[in-house]
Design a protein around this ligand. Sequence first.
Ligand SMILES: C[S@@+](CC[C@H](N)C(=O)[O-])C[C@H]1O[C@@H](n2cnc3c(N)ncnc32)[C@H](O)[C@@H]1O
Length: 427
Amino acid sequence: MLQIVPISKFMPSLIWNSKSLPNIIPGNISTDSIVYPLGVGYPGDKPENRLIYGDNLDIMAALLPEYEGRINLIYVDPPFFSNKKYKARLDRGKDSRRPQDWQLAQGYTDHWKNMDDYLDMLYPRLMLMHSLLAPTGTLYLHLDWHANAYARLLLDEIFGTDRLLNEIIWTYHGPSPIKSAFNRKHDTILAYTKTKNYTFNVDEIRVPYNPNTVKTFRSSKKAGFGKVPNLERGKVPEDWWYFPVVARLHNERTGYPTQKPAALLERIIRASSNPGDLVADFFCGSGTSAATAANLGRRFIASDAQWRAVHTTYKRITLLPGAVTRLEQEARAQVPRGETDHRSKISLRRDFGIPALQIAPTLAEELDSWEVDPDWDENIFRSAAQAIRPLRKGKIPTTLNLPVVGKTLGIRLVTISGELLEQTLHV
Ligand SMILES: C[S@@+](CC[C@H](N)C(=O)[O-])C[C@H]1O[C@@H](n2cnc3c(N)ncnc32)[C@H](O)[C@@H]1O
């Protein structure tokens, strides 16, 4: 299926001991549920988006027959070869300077035997992404100083040296204990296009000129050697971007580690895709790219090998009415499930004829999210109403209005520690 690309003998290339393409066996993906955020589109709308739990090698190989050459934009932010374990923060409102008080859970691990081991992970995945990209598509690979030099050579090999669109530097600031080098505060995003005929919406990403530039042009006819730019239209941003990192006080913060700012993704998605296009992120983490794509009217495919990442992405999606999403699972991925029976704390009410499901406040305190399929066929869960624990302050709702009530209600609860509990109510 995938082949090692022959490299021009005039170009240097990256060789490592174990370099080869593994025999990739496509994963086995099955539908777990369909979410209709805030009930919009329930039950008839077809899911246009896919959120898949599992290893992206198996997932991309499984998607290939359907999506080869069909994905308009791929953004990926894989582990950086940082040799760290990243924890997710579950608490809200605790002092950021007192890590001993934080409530933590497993995030993801960025730990490798050596660089060969890391490249063995990255290489076949980049190849699959290249195959999945549409002829007008672009791949944005987000890394930092640990591995970006190696990745650039891999991308040259897979896409061709003439397909580098930009090496984007994302700069930010923040505290650091470093005393023996300059403070490392930038990431590198390598953007490669599949062909010369690629999507780039220049007028979607213009930014205002610096006020000093505007003043200079307004005050002197000779500025710019007589070439006056269109000052109202704004300029094309440089290939270095400043966006603040997602910090404690930001409303978008989910608690999932190494979450990227939505503003960064917004620029990428606006530049390299059009409304209705398909945007994919196979290392989706907290779901920044999926949520931003849906906000901008794009469809998405997102995947992650960590259940907490998939659940965090799922929660972000439930806030986006109309983004009907199929939640799927690769056969080897294990959802942490609990058995506790909470049915005595759940009741069906009718206020002025409107059916609503209510949970006891003591149960709500334990939950990160809960949702209802009001007419469950005991096969595919169709989520028509969702409640999520607010990201910053406030309590999770204890009542959900239902559009219909069938004979069987399916209720899914996810605890703060990330355990999924399924309850069935027969009416
Ligand atoms: C740097 S984080 C992504 C953060 C994301 N861009 C955001 O804004 O939240 C990298 C993610 O890649 C996931 N990951 C690592 N290896 C993976 C694999 N083989 N398949 C799928 N996901 C993987 C990790 O679980 C982690 O969530």
